[in-house]
Design a protein around this ligand. Structure first.
Ligand SMILES: [Zn+2]
Length: 107
């Protein structure tokens, strides 16, 4: 289960709360069959979508096969048309960090 964090941010001017064009983009995205579309980009599952409305930032956590396809998904769906997007490989604390620390530190 390869995990990625999709970190996004936008300006107040492009925020869907203030901008009709980006509002239409995000509502259209939300009303679409996101899971079905995501499958085409080998995004197996969305595990969380967290937003900070007034910081104009978000973090989506996805189980996906290829970060380049996540990038393509963000472009094709319009997410990247008004957000700066950073895609970061993630590990979990218990299943990723601790075994790695134990192995590297020989504990
Ligand atoms: Zn915003």
């Amino acid at each position: 289960m390869p995990l990625y964090g999709v970190y996004g941010s936008h300006t107040t001017e492009t925020c869907p709360l203030n901008n009709r064009k980006t509002a239409e983009t995000i509502v259209s995205f939300a009303d679409s069959d996101i899971a079905s579309i995501a499958q085409k980009y080998k995004i197996n599952q969305g595990l969380g979508q967290y937003h900070s409305a007034l910081e104009h930032t978000f973090l989506w956590i996805v189980d996906a096969e290829d970060p380049h396809l996540i990038e393509r998904f963000c472009i094709d769906t319009g997410i990247a048309s008004f957000n700066y997007v950073k895609i970061v490989p993630l590990i979990t604390f218990n299943e990723g960090v601790i075994p790695l620390v134990k192995k590297i530190q020989n504990l």
